[in-house]
Write a protein that binds this ligand. Structure first.
Ligand code: ADP
Ligand code: ASP
Ligand code: MG
Length: 412
């Protein structure tokens, strides 16, 4: 596929810049693109290898509950190291290049530290550097709040930096270079027979990303859909064509869609159950309002039929939000009547995603049947028009993903 655009945005993830030799290879690849196209090139990079995890671990040695602002100050340093090194490697090869932090690149965010949203990108500086012929290397995952503080975009957020820049620069073409050849029918590092998907529409990719396929950050896909940015997810280690994520207006080459396009899993969720809840209007609003106030995203929600005026609600949150969620519920004791609550971190969510599901009844039944045959108990269920998710025991997640992948005939 040939898409000639004035500006190309190339994003390289942590594993692609994990050491000096890999940074050198990325520099060569960037220069190759610059040389073979007439486009200006913007590069977005993540922190080297496991740097972000290591910084989180380090913070834990200093404080059990570091403030989110200082966490962002710390975590943003990872990307600052990789942009400087990549810019040096490119300059050494005789090309004009400049590195910019999120702040310098004009990436303005809200002040929700550790999960900030990009509000706008002031592109003046980036455009000025591009016009002077330089390759611009921008730090992923970070921006600056309107008050001038550094904020990060949530784990995996460099993808979002890249797509947001592509949208702001009108470069409706963004390449995401990573450690796999594209988006697969399931995590290729978990299931050997996973197949690369050639083309996906935004809605399918949104559901895959939101249900655990971490190959693309969810908000990156949201940006891409909103601004119609074409994404090409591909390997940074070979030249193979990857996966194209784009609008579904033009009918795809597939005459008929597969019912299920992909299987995902998420082991980073905990199930919270609140028992003996007073069953009167306004309780759910108060409960979920309190979570929202603390910026906790609630994923699945199940409320049982009330008996004797009391109900139970189960919900899932991300593991990193457990401590805050516990406080929120404890603080609610004064305004909401309930008897007890428990938090269970040993759960996982498995999902099947496919735009073809909409016109095929019986997909949910088939999913439940496949899980039942493996003796896997379903604890919670949620659906969208093109996704079905089940919460199960964490230790069964691999078995479930493999069985669903095989059961829906996605194997290579
Ligand atoms: P990067 O550091 O380049 O941002 P990530 O680790 O964030 O890379 O994302 C790539 C990883 O996503 C792969 O190594 C793979 O294990 C995982 N992954 C999960 N589901 C999928 C999927 N459906 N297709 C491709 N990769 C997936
Ligand atoms: N370095 C950040 C992380 O590890 C951002 C990213 O890699 O996209 O989450
Ligand atoms: Mg990533």
């Amino acid at each position: 596929m040939k898409l000639k655009k004035e500006i190309i945005v190339m994003k390289f993830g942590g594993s692609s810049v994990a050491d000096a030799a890999k940074i050198e290879r990325v520099a060569e690849r960037v220069i190759r693109v610059k040389n073979t196209s007439s486009s200006s090139v913007v590069v977005v990079v993540s922190a080297m290898g496991d740097t972000t995890d290591e910084l989180i671990e380090l913070s834990g040695k200093v404080s059990e509950e570091p403030s989110r602002r200082e966490m962002d100050m710390l975590l943003s340093t990872g990307e600052q190291v990789s942009i400087a090194l990549l810019a040096m490697a490119i300059q050494k090869k005789g090309f004009g290049c400049i590195s910019l932090t999120g702040n310098q690149a004009g990436i303005i965010t809200d002040d929700v530290y550790s999960n900030a949203k990009i509000l706008t990108i002031v592109t003046g500086r980036v455009l000025k550097e591009l016009k002077s012929g330089k390759i611009v290397v921008v730090a992923g995952f970070q921006g600056v709040t309107q008050a001038g503080d550094i904020a990060t975009l949530g784990r995996g957020g460099s993808d979002t930096t890249a797509v947001a820049l592509a949208a702001a620069l009108n470069a409706d073409y963004c390449e995401i270079y990573t450690d796999v050849d594209g988006v697969y029918t399931t995590d290729p590092n978990m299931v050997e027979g996973a197949k690369k998907i050639v083309k996906l529409c935004y809605d399918e990719m949104l559901e895959l990303a939101s249900s655990g396929a971490k190959v693309l950050h969810l908000r990156a896909v949201e940006f891409a859909k909103k601004h119609n940015v074409v994404l090409h997810v591909r390997s940074s280690f070979n030249d193979n064509e990857g996966t194209w994520v784009m609008d579904d207006n033009k009918k795809t080459d597939r005459m008929e869609r597969p019912v299920v396009t992909g299987v995902t899993y998420d082991t980073n969720e905990a199930k919270i159950t609140i028992l003996g809840l007073e069953d009167i209007p306004g309780i759910a609003a108060r409960l979920f309002g309190a979570f929202a106030e603390e910026n906790i995203n609630v994923d699945l929600i199940v409320q049982n039929v009330s008996e004797g005026g009391v109900a139970a609600i189960s919900l899932t949150v991300k593991n990193e939000d457990i401590a805050v969620a516990r406080k929120v519920i404890e603080n609610l004791k004064s305004t909401v009547k309930f008897s007890s609550f428990n938090i269970d971190p040993d759960v996982a969510k498995v999902s099947i995603v496919g735009a073809g599901m909409q016109s095929h009844p019986g997909v949910a039944a088939a999913m439940f049947d496949i899980l039942a045959r493996e003796d896997i108990n379903i604890e919670m269920i949620s659906t969208s028009p093109i996704r079905i998710s089940c919460v199960i025991r964490k230790e069964k997640v691999k078995l479930a993903v493999k069985a669903l992948h095989k059961g829906f005939e996605l194997e290579k």
